[in-house]
Design a protein around this ligand. Structure first.
Ligand code: HEM
Length: 934
């Protein structure tokens, strides 16, 4: 089995990126290493969890792909690919052959990671896990592998569900049919027509780690007890102490920051220092919050459990640290805390689910449910235009002088709407929690985009009423539906298909390629969307067909690996949609292109952990007016825009000015000591506590502990990454010892030690079975130090603290490699599992106009006049197109922008430069003035 999958990687290397094997024409000294690499052949896909790839390559491989620099860095715990040729900025490039080796070597390493993540990191909580591991209790002929299961009884609609009868009720198989398959449903049922319940609102979060490793503070097995002793509990180590010592942004002038409240009148001489990412803007920070509101929520209508708990802060230290012992917060909601039950596997007992489970109150699909709703209650907040039911309602705000303003703004929540009192005065939206100017911005932009699509469709329908719209109805699959028959309700649903897919595209090829700003990721993310071979449609279709065949295979372990590898060639989007004789009358056509790899899709708890990205948000927004873009006029505190006040700010100042403000400002680096001050001191009136305040940074740790997320080192081992042996592993040994950067890293390592502590280790205690030492021996409590020595409590490190402490990162990575691994798996799965991105991405479902709108980023295709980081003929990126349509006043500003998430006035240089310098024409932008020179 392993050899099949490994050979597939070579096939990909040769067939898809033929140039990647062009090292044979290279005459560098590294050629010997390359020759050896070819001779040795590809490494096999791991048969066992403990034999995983871990992102570390042989010396020959490192030398072939990155020369001596890559070889020198093999000894660190961090993955090797980021040291290959051409994976950084211009200085990482050599000549063509080496660059190609570097980039393609990276893509091959990343594909190994994805294949093994799919193989080892899927843990469903809803009752299917024992079959996934042991195979079905009564296998159909030839089906023995649990990872080949495609339909689960647990994913049936229960008899209490209003659509129970529609999907076949108690019949042996449930199938969604008729109108249930045409569009995305409100609650997310029937995305997979054979597993109607999967991914719908209220289903359980999954896990990416072995159930036995969850809830480490409970010490469920000996390994966990050995790993952490009795050092852990919900409030130990103290979350508020961690927040104040490891998360607080240092201020050069505390008074002018004023804990994030700035100065009266929003005076521009206010200042809150924060560590900035030069290549990522504030629009990107709010984008990802906007996304998480689509994907998941542990809360219901902004509420947790009505039971309060203390949140730490030792009274004796409170004054010194600035934390608050009197803070209280509601405990998190729990779905099931009964004992998980066990089953036998290879002579041992395994948990059948995690010891506690939690519900995702949102749909897990990428369906823009934050805009359109995820249940009846949230849908009541979505306002349709009373004059045209295809549109979202927009109102005139302000004097509507600009073309954008004439497209309108979202109306406000009405007293009759279901709402949490905290949301009073906000714009009406399905997901209104934690509203600020950032959420107001994106909700207004995409409501305008919805209406833009509807307008264009209606104009076309008026001009060509009898033309085939491309749509088909399952009730009469072969009958063409002319434009004139498309009702406002159908058109609303079409826009509700197009907008989420545009959002998914923006996220995949625009946001992520700027979050992970280097060439392997540019290619990798574009491959996820379009395939690695974008211009060869014949090979693309051929591969798409092979992948489709594989998705039907019963030999799961082999098929799943092949599938993932080959899908990187053809692209995930549209998989199965090119099936011969595709018809809306055939379930295999519209539902046949998804792949859940044997485990029903929902987000895992570990995914939420790595999305706790609060440091991205600055305390103060550098407010600008689009008529004088280089001037910062005010410093407006984000906290002043919290909840209903966001709406006032939006209506008074307009989308165009907020777009420019957030487009030009850098966001906060994901690093230690970089959380917004205002979030550590957030006032929330609903809280029944003496302070009515909460430290959101500390709460991030508490919630992860409530959800039983493994601590950082085991988390890494579970994802197939190397463990750390001490806090000093966070210090980059390749930095000059006297450099300020190295000193700062050492200081943080020392603070981690002071907060998390040390202990005398016991080498007789094995702490994990996810990996072994290099010599094959078990990993023990001493992590390589002599028995009885004092070692760091590195095993206890909260996962959020760990990934924030990772200062060694691939070039241009705004996130750490630990977070990245979680993304590789789940970002791919979110596409693979969704019928509307794969086999149902067809004109018959989206309409011809909708289908083309997604592919062309709007009504017609547009291309950048200049190459983007050396890539010629790039389409104008999708968010830029959306902004050009919905906020047309920005068009002159956007002319200079290649990626809407790169600070708009920055000079991008020739190749993935991270420099902070102004582009031509923006030299006077105040954000580029030297500190202190303003
Ligand atoms: C700027 C304004 C923001 C505010 C006021 C805010 C506030 C909060 C609060 C109060 C919670 C805790 C909920 C609870 O567990 O009781 C929370 C959770 C969370 N926040 Fe934020 N946040 C902001 C921005 C962001 C951003 C930019 C991200 C980036 C992705 C983010 C991601 C998350 C995530 C993933 C959770 C966990 C949600 C869950 O468990 O369902 N937040 N936020």
């Amino acid at each position: 089995m392993p050899m099949h999958s490994s050979r597939a990687l070579v096939v990909v290397c040769v067939a898809l990126t033929a140039t990647s094997c062009a090292w044979l024409g290279d005459s560098t000294p590294d050629l010997v290493s390359c020759g050896q690499l070819v001779y040795d052949g590809p490494r096999p896909i791991a048969a066992e969890r403990a034999q995983r790839f871990q992102g570390k390559v042989q010396e020959n491989t490192a030398r072939c792909r990155g020369g001596s620099r890559a070889v020198a860095r093999r000894e660190t715990p961090w993955t090797d690919w980021s040291n290959y040729w051409a994976t950084g900025d211009n200085s990482s490039r050599a000549f063509w052959g080496k660059n190609v080796r570097g980039i393609n070597g990276s893509l091959i390493d990343l594909e190994y990671a994805r294949v093994e993540l799919i193989k080892f990191n899927l843990f469903d909580n809803s009752g299917t896990f024992s079959q996934y591991v042991n195979g079905p209790a009564t296998p159909p002929a030839g089906l023995v592998d649990g990872a080949a299961i495609k339909v689960w009884p647990e994913m049936r609609l229960p008899s209490t569900h209003p659509n129970f009868a529609d999907v076949g009720g108690g019949a042996s198989e449930q199938h969604c049919r008729g109108q249930l398959i045409r569009f995305r449903t409100l609650t997310g049922i029937c995305n997979d027509t054979r597993n109607p319940l999967m991914g719908s609102s209220g289903t359980l979060f999954a896990r990416n780690v072995e159930f036995e490793t969850t809830f480490p503070d409970q010490g469920f097995n000996e390994l966990a007890r050995n790993r952490h002793g009795n050092r852990l509990s919900l409030l130990s180590p103290d979350p508020q102490v961690i927040s104040r010592r490891l998360f607080t942004r240092a201020q050069s002038d505390s008074a002018s920051c004023n804990n994030g409240f700035g100065k009266p009148g929003y005076a521009k001489d206010a200042n809150c220092d924060y560590k900035k990412a030069p290549f990522f803007n504030v629009l990107a920070a709010f984008w990802i919050q906007f996304m998480t509101h689509d994907w998941f929520s542990h809360l219901e209508e902004g509420h947790n459990r009505a039971e309060y708990m203390p949140v730490g802060c030792p009274v004796a230290d409170a004054a010194k640290l600035g934390c608050r012992p009197d803070d209280r917060v509601e405990r998190g909601l729990v779905a099931d805390s009964l004992p998980p039950g066990t089953f036998k596997h290879q002579n041992g007992d395994r948990f059948a689910r995690a010891p506690r489970t939690f519900r995702n109150s949102n749909t897990a699909w990428w369906d823009a449910s934050q805009i359109y709703g995820f249940d009846e209650r949230s849908r009541q907040r979505v306002k349709r235009d009373p004059n045209d039911a295809a549109k979202l309602q927009m109102i005139v705000a302000g004097d509507a002088k600009t073309e954008g303003d004439r497209q309108g703004y979202l109306p406000l929540l009405q007293p009759s709407d279901p709402q949490n009192p905290d949301w009073a005065g906000q714009e009406a939206s399905a997901f209104p929690d934690n509203w600020t100017i950032g959420m107001s911005f994106y909700h207004n932009v995409f409501a305008r985009e919805h209406n833009q699509f509807v307008d264009t469709f209606e104009r076309h329908a008026k001009a060509h009423p009898d033309e085939d719209s491309g749509l088909r109805d399952p009730a009469a699959p072969t009958r063409a539906i002319p434009y004139k028959e498309v009702t406002p309700d159908i058109l609303f649903e079409l826009a509700r298909l197009v907008v989420p897919m545009e959002i998914a595209k923006i996220h995949t090829i625009e946001w992520t390629t700027q979050l992970l700003y280097d060439d392997p990721l540019f290619r990798g993310m574009n491959a996820n969307w379009n395939g690695l071979i974008q211009n060869d449609t014949a090979i693309k279709h051929l591969l798409g067909g092979v992948v489709n065949e594989l998705s039907a295979s019963d030999r799961a372990s082999v098929a799943n690996s092949w599938y993932s590898i080959l899908a990187s060639g053809s692209g995930i989007v549209g998989l199965g949609s090119q099936k011969a004789n595709w018809t809306i009358g055939d379930e295999d056509s519209y539902n046949g292109g998804t792949n859940h790899f044997g485990s029903p899709f929902n987000f895992p708890e570990e995914f939420i952990t790595v999305y706790r990205l609060h440091p991205l948000v600055p305390d103060l927004l550098e407010y600008r007016d689009f008529r004088t873009p280089d001037t910062i006029r005010y410093k407006i505190p984000v906290v002043e825009t919290f909840r209903g006040r966001a709406t006032t700010f939006m209506h008074e100042r307009g989308l165009e000015n907020w777009a420019l403000t957030m487009g030009r400002q850098r966001l906060g680096l994901l690093a230690l000591q970089n959380h917004p001050r205002f979030l550590q001191n957030l006032r929330m009136d609903r809280l029944q506590s003496p302070t009515r305040q909460i430290d959101v940074a500390a709460l991030d740790l508490i919630r992860d502990r409530e959800h039983g997320v493994p601590r950082f080192n085991e988390f890494r081992r579970q994802y197939g990454l190397r463990q750390l042996t001490s806090f000093n592993d966070f210090v980059d040994p390749h930095l000059d010892k006297s450099s300020p950067e190295r000193k700062a890293q050492q200081q943080l390592a020392d603070t981690l030690r002071a907060v998390y502590g040390t202990h005398t280790c016991d080498a007789s205690k094995t702490i994990t079975d996810a990996q072994f030492n290099a010599d094959g021996s078990p990993i023990n409590d001493c992590l390589g130090s002599p028995n009885g020595s004092t070692v760091d409590n590195v095993e206890d490190l909260d996962t959020v603290v760990g990934w924030l402490a990772e200062s060694t990162r691939p070039h241009g990575f705004a996130i750490s490699e630990t977070q990245f691994l979680v993304f590789i798996l789940n970002a791919s799965r979110r596409l693979y599992s969704d019928r509307f991105f794969t086999s149902s991405f067809r004109p018959e479902i989206y309409s011809t106009l909708g289908y083309d709108w997604v592919n062309n980023n709007g009504p017609v295709a547009m291309f950048e006049p200049e190459p983007v980081n050396g890539h010629p003929h790039q389409p104008v990126s999708p968010l830029k197109r959306v902004l050009m349509r919905t906020v047309p006043e920005l068009t002159p500003e956007l002319e200079h922008v290649a990626n809407a998430f790169d600070p708009w006035a920055r000079d991008r240089g020739v190749y993935y430069s991270l420099e902070w310098k102004p582009r031509k024409g923006a030299e006077r932008d105040e954000a580029f003035a030297r500190p202190g020179s303003r």
